[in-house]
Ligand binder design. Structure first.
Ligand code: PLP
Length: 471
C-alpha cells in the first residue's frame, strides 16, 4: 500500500492513515476482499505504533470500509462504489470515580436521553471567554447582524470541523441557528410550499418528527436496523423534499450507517433530485475511536449538515449550525431574515472566543472520559442486577444506550410497575411512528446526567421491578 505518513504534520497519525486507506478504497485502488497488511507489519513499515494502525483499522471497520476476521486478517469490504461513479463534488476535498452508594429512596431516577451532565459545565472558562469577547467588541456588535450569523463564529466552526471531524466547508456555507431544532424547522419551512413528502428514519426523535409535521410536510418513515437507515427500502417512495437521517449514531437505536448505505443514499438523492439532512447531534462522543466521518463529505451538493452545541457544551445557549449547499443559501437567508432576523449574537461572539481558546475541545475531551465511565458503570450495574439476560444495542457513543431485555415486554402495566419504583425508562416502541413497532423488549436509557450512585439506584430499582413482573 502506498501510504505517506507525515510525522511533522499537526494532523494526528491515526487520522492520516485512516484517510489514506479510505481514499485508496474509494479510488478503487484497494479492491473488495483485498487483504490489508497485518497491524504489526504496517506499523513497522511506516515507523508508527501498532496501536495507531489498530485504531485506524477499527475506525474503518466501524464505518463499513473494512472487515476484521479473527485469525485471517483484515480485508476490504464489498459493495463500495468507487468515487468515479459519484459526481465531481464527491471527490472534492475542501480541505469520576464510580461509587455505588444509593440515592435517596424518594428521588426519581429518570433515564431520559440526551441530557448533559450540567454539573461539569466549564463555568470559569466560559466566564473568561464572555469577558474577553465583551472587552473586544466594537459598537457594531451591538447592532443588527447578518442572518447567517456572526462571521468569527462561522470561521471558528469551519476550522473546528476541519480539525475535529475532517469535514471541509467554507464559512460562507455555515448558517448559525438557535439549536438544531430551529435548523430543522427552517429547512422544513424552506420546502413547505412544495407540499412534498419527507422521508425520515423510523424510529426517530418524536420532537424532531413533530417539527417536520408542523411544516405540513407529509412524513414517511423508513425502517432502521442495527446499521441505521435501511437504504434498500427507499426505492418505492416518490421524490421527497429531503431525507432526515442520523448516520453517525442513529437516534435512538445507535447504529452507524456503513459506507455502502451512505453511497446508496447519495445516489438516491442525485437520482431523485433531493437532499439528505444529516443530523450530527452527538458524534463527538464516540467511545471506541474517532468520530465517524460525515455523510456531508461524500457530496456537499446534496447534504445539508446539521450540527449543535447542545450535547458538547450546553443546550442553554441554543446555538447550532447548518452547512448548506450553495444553491440553498439565498432562499434560506431570506427565510431566516423574516423569521427572527438572526440568532442572538453576543453569545455567538463568546462561543467563538471559547472555541478559539481551545476551551471547547478541552471540555469535549473531559466529558468523553466521564460519559465513557458512566456508560461502563451502567453496563456493570446491569450485569450485576440482571446477569446474562440483557444485550446492549448500538455503538458505544453518545449520551444514551438501548438495552434489550430477553423475554421482557415493556407494555403499559410493566411501565407502571417500573414508574411506581421511582424510576423512568423509555420504551423504544414509543419512538416508532409509521411502521410496525417490533421493539417490545428494548428500552432507551440516558445516563449522562445521572451520578454513578443514581445509575446504581436506578438499575437496581428497574431490575427489581422486572423480577417482580416475572414472578
Ligand atoms: C436526534 C437529535 N438531534 C438534535 C438534537 C439537538 O437539538 P438542539 O440542538 O435543538 O438542542 C437532539 C436533542 O436531544 C436530538 O436528540
Amino acid at each position: 500500500m502506498w501510504i505517506n505518513i507525515d510525522k511533522m504534520s499537526d494532523r494526528p497519525l491515526m487520522r492520516q492513515l485512516y484517510e489514506q486507506i479510505k481514499d485508496l478504497i474509494l479510488d478503487g485502488q484497494l479492491a473488495p476482499a483485498e487483504k490489508l497488511p497485518s497491524t504489526r507489519q504496517l506499523a513497522a513499515d511506516l515507523g508508527i505504533s501498532r496501536s495507531t494502525v489498530l485504531e485506524a483499522y477499527n475506525q474503518l471497520i466501524a464505518e463499513g470500509y473494512l472487515i476484521g476476521n479473527h485469525g485471517s486478517g483484515t480485508v476490504v469490504a464489498s459493495g463500495i462504489a468507487v468515487f468515479s461513479s459519484l459526481p465531481e463534488t464527491a471527490v472534492k476535498k475542501r480541505g469520576a470515580t464510580a461509587t455505588a452508594a444509593e440515592a435517596p429512596a424518594t428521588t426519581v431516577i429518570d433515564f431520559q436521553s440526551g441530557v448533559i451532565d450540567a454539573s461539569q459545565f466549564p463555568r470559569s472558562e466560559w466566564k473568561k471567554a464572555c469577558q474577553r469577547s465583551l472587552d473586544q467588541l466594537s459598537e457594531a456588535a451591538f447592532r443588527y447582524h447578518p442572518s447567517a450569523g456572526v462571521l468569527s463564529l462561522r470561521q471558528t466552526i469551519a476550522d473546528y470541523l476541519r480539525r475535529a471531524r475532517g469535514l471541509a466547508c467554507s464559512p460562507d456555507q455555515i448558517m448559525i441557528v438557535s439549536g438544531s431544532t430551529q435548523g430543522l424547522a427552517l429547512i422544513a419551512a424552506l420546502f413547505q410550499d412544495q407540499q412534498q413528502a419527507v422521508l425520515i428514519e423510523d424510529p426517530t426523535h418524536p420532537g424532531l418528527r413533530q417539527i417536520i409535521e408542523r411544516a405540513k410536510l407529509n412524513l414517511i418513515g423508513i425502517p432502521v436496523d442495527d446499521q441505521g437507515l435501511i437504504t434498500d427500502l427507499l426505492a418505492p417512495h416518490p421524490a421527497p423534499a429531503f431525507i432526515y437521517t442520523t448516520p453517525s449514531h442513529q437516534y435512538p437505536l445507535g447504529g452507524i450507517l456503513p459506507i455502502q448505505r451512505r453511497q446508496k443514499l447519495i445516489q438516491y438523492a442525485i437520482t431523485n433530485d433531493t437532499y439528505l439532512l444529516e443530523d450530527d447531534y452527538d458524534s463527538e462522543f464516540r467511545f471506541e475511536g474517532q468520530p465517524i466521518s460525515s455523510l456531508y463529505e461524500l457530496n456537499p451538493d446534496r447534504v445539508i449538515y446539521l450540527g449543535t452545541f447542545s450535547k458538547i457544551l450546553t443546550p442553554a445557549i441554543r446555538l447550532g449550525y447548518l452547512i448548506l449547499p450553495d444553491q440553498l443559501i439565498a432562499p434560506y437567508l431570506e427565510l431566516k431574515k423574516y423569521s427572527d432576523v438572526h440568532t442572538e449574537a453576543l453569545t455567538q461572539y463568546a462561543l467563538a472566543e471559547f472555541i478559539e481558546s481551545g476551551g471547547l475541545e478541552k471540555h469535549i475531551w473531559k466529558m468523553k472520559k466521564i460519559y465513557a465511565k458512566k456508560r461502563q458503570h451502567l453496563i456493570a450495574e446491569l450485569s450485576r442486577c440482571y446477569p446474562d439476560a440483557f444485550e446492549i444495542k448500538g455503538h458505544a457513543a453518545g449520551l444514551h444506550m438501548v438495552v434489550h431485555f430477553n423475554g421482557v415486554v415493556f407494555d403499559a402495566p410493566l411501565i407502571n410497575c417500573i414508574n411506581s419504583r421511582q424510576v423512568r425508562v423509555y420504551p423504544i416502541n414509543n419512538y416508532v411512528f409509521g411502521n410496525p413497532a417490533p421493539y417490545n423488549s428494548d428500552i432507551l436509557l440516558g445516563y449522562a446526567h445521572l451520578t454513578f450512585a443514581g445509575i446504581t439506584t436506578g438499575i437496581t430499582r428497574l431490575c427489581t421491578a422486572l423480577r417482580q413482573a416475572e414472578s
